[in-house]
Design a protein. Sequence first.
Length: 576
Amino acid sequence: MKNQELSKIFFEIADYLDIEGVSFKPYAYRKVALSLESLKEDVGEIYRNGGLEALKAISGVGEGIAKAIEEYLKTGKIKHFEELKKKLPLKLDELLKVESLGPKKIKVLYEKLGVKNLKDLEKAAKKHKISPLFGFGEKTEQNILQGLEFLKQSKGRFLLGEIMPTVKVVIERLKILKEVKEISVAGSVRRQKETIGDIDILVASDKPKKIADYFVSMPEVEKIWAEGATKCSVRFKQGFDIDLRVVPQKSFGSALQYFTGSKEHNIATRKIAIEKGLKLSEYGVFSGAKQIAGKTEEEVYKAIGLPYIAPEIREDDGEIQAVLQGKLPKLVELKDIKGDLHCHTNFGDDNYKDSLEVMYRKAMELGYEYIGISDHTKFLRIENGLNEKQLLDQHKEIQKINEKFNKQGNKFRILHGCEANVMPDGTLDIKDEVLEKLDYVIVGVHSNMKMEKKEMTARITKAMENPNVDIFAHPTGRLIGNREEYQMDFDKILEVAKKTGTILEINATPIRLDLNGFNIRRAKVHGVKMIINTDSHRKEQLDFMEYGIGQAHRGWAEKSDIVNTLSAEKLLEYFK
Ligand code: DGT
Ligand code: CA
Ligand code: CA
């Protein structure tokens, strides 16, 4: 699949064009990059079947970009991209990961100080060459150093959402081989960790060599680290590694239990086995020399006296004790979700968001009972935030569509909200008399994110105390590997949420996953209700729901903790 490679290139082209100060075009490239990222069919396949015309049918692809895709499929390169890289020989993708550095600043740093990569940047900042530059200053220099430190900590790990599409493709491919009897992803991917060191795939087969040969010769393989019949390890062109293990079917369950981890959970389960006079390993559960379990995970857990434990909570942070006391949670499932309440549309602008109709049709396709539209509000100009009048116009439009659904006997409905901005003083950027008219109100912090802890806590508290506010979006504000959480007293925020009935969001966007598993568990302990939303700007992003569910699992959340498992009526009642 060339989709992800091309998507990455188009994102980079957009960044280069931003640096060069080109207008509009970066938008166009990003739009295509986003479409490709979530496109289900392989672009190569689309091109082979229908040529340039078929490429142009992909959302956002025009003549020029279609030709660029064709060029890449044929030659493995795009000349325009190579020229841009030659002109500005920067490690752009890594520099852009530094918090507080955007294209404009990167250009200045390159032209004035010759900064090409992270090493150059660190040197320049440590020698205090950055602060004297026009538009930078001491604070920016400090922020850059902090950003670099933060990057070092998250180095070498990938976002779950970044690698998941590849995991699915590779598993689907291997499944087709007749020698594959059983297959599963293992490791941190199966545990739905927010970042992934490498991908682990486990196969049951008695013809391991066939599978290994196929695996190492996949087109995306850039390097082979290890190649044996039962164990292979490769680097994909996208930068991450995949480990493959092939085991006999009688050990599939125990190997899956072992390679799913976490290491700490494994140590704990092995200890339980020993206490029962048994031995647990990747080969099976043994009583003396006799294998008494190993084919399935259920059977492995049962053999050591435990019920099945969901992979997402295998972290040895209380799951074993909970299971022994019969207090294991019944985790919320994707099929329990009845709608998605954080969705944007192109209302009032025509850039790369999808229209209301495209969004609600996708929600129907997903089998939802409702979708909630919550566009940004006026303070957020780069997102073309809506003002009071526009919100009321949108409200009328949505009411009309709901009436039409009603007449058709269609039970689906659109709820109308907005994503208002919490200003530094805790007030909102939309008047209460308008907020009152909406079905629900989401609020989020989108500016002045570096406030002191006490001020930030007071700011958010004040917003949650507004009786019109229902949901607090992406509560900690972190962007994984990119931006740290706000300074705030989270326990206090949880108390206020409980008291005011404010619902905390589990934002399923891969770079956010906010709340994450850890904080979800804290919220649950406080009795705070949560909602899993995708924060979609385009229809494909509605599929991010699975990542929110993954975090909810890691946070031990049950159906009753998550409000978008309720019907539309019950949910509206709750908002009131
Ligand atoms: P990652 O790749 O850093 O995101 O995290 P994992 O958990 O996928 O770790 P990985 O790929 O090194 O190993 C996969 C699983 O194999 C791990 O979750 C548990 C198991 N495992 C690996 N090394 C050990 C070990 O030394 N002891 C035990 N008990 N299990 C191990
Ligand atoms: Ca791994
Ligand atoms: Ca591994």
